[in-house]
Write a protein that binds this ligand. Sequence first.
Ligand code: T5A
Ligand code: NA
Length: 210
Amino acid sequence: VEGTRKESRGALIVLEGLDRSGKSSQCSRLVSYLEGQGISAELWRFPDRTTNVGQMISAYLSNTSQLDDHTIHLLFSANRWEKRSLMETKLKTGTTLIVDRYSYSGVAFSASKGLDIEWCKAPEIGLLAPDLVAYLDISPQKAAERGGYGDERYEKLDFQKKVAESYKTLHDVSWKVVDACQPIEDVEKQLQEIALDCVTECQKGKPLSP
Ligand code: T5A
Ligand code: NA
C-alpha cells in the first residue's frame, strides 16, 4: 500500500446472455478495441471445447452424447477449473481477459433444468471472480429471430425463456446490463466504455478475488 506500487494486473471481463444475444461478436470486437488502446487483451470462451473435458461437453451440446444433468453441470464447471491457474497467471502478468460465458451460464442453464440453484453454485466457489459482467440483454423471442437457432441442445425458445428468468436471479455488484437489441455498433460503443473503466480500476490496484 503506502509507497509500494503493485505491478498492474489485467481485468477479468465476462460477457453473458442468452444464446444469440451477440456475445461472440462483441467479445472479438472488444478485444480488438482494447489492443488498439495499447492494452494487452485475450479472448477466452467457455465451454473451451479444445480440452478433453471440453470435447465431452461439445458432444453433449450437439446431441451426439447423453449425460445426466448433474454430470454435465460438473463437466462445465471442471472445464473452468482446468483453466483457472492459467487465468490467474494471465491476469497477474497484466493481460486482460474477455471471456465469452462463465459461471453464470453454468448456474443459469442448469438451474433452468430444475436443479437446485445452491447445488449449481457450489462447484463454482473458488474460481476467480469477474471484475465486470456485461449482460447482453435481449428477449428470448428476439434472440430466436436472429439467424434462427441451430441444432444445439439448448437452442429452444421455451428453454431460453427459463434461462432468462434464471439469469435475473444472478445479478450482483459486478453486473452491468447492456441493451443487446441496439445496433451492433451501439452495443460495441457501450461495452468499450464500461470495459475501459474496468481495466483502469484494475490497473490502479483493485484486488483480484478470491
Ligand atoms: N452452457 C455454457 C451451459 O449450459 N453451462 C455452462 O457452464 C456454459 C459455459 C454454449 C452452450 O452451452 C451452455 C450455454 C449455451 O447454450 P456457445 O458455444 O457459447 O454455447 O454458443 P452461444 O453462446 O449460444 O453462441 P451463439 O452464437 O448462439 O450466440 P452469441 O455468441 O451470443 O451471438 P453471436 O455474436 O454469435 O450473434 C448471433 C447472431 O446475431 C447477430 C450476429 O451477426 C449473428 O448472426 N447479431 C446481431 N444482430 C442484430 N443486432 C445486434 N446487435 C447483433 N449482435 C449480433
Ligand atoms: Na457464441
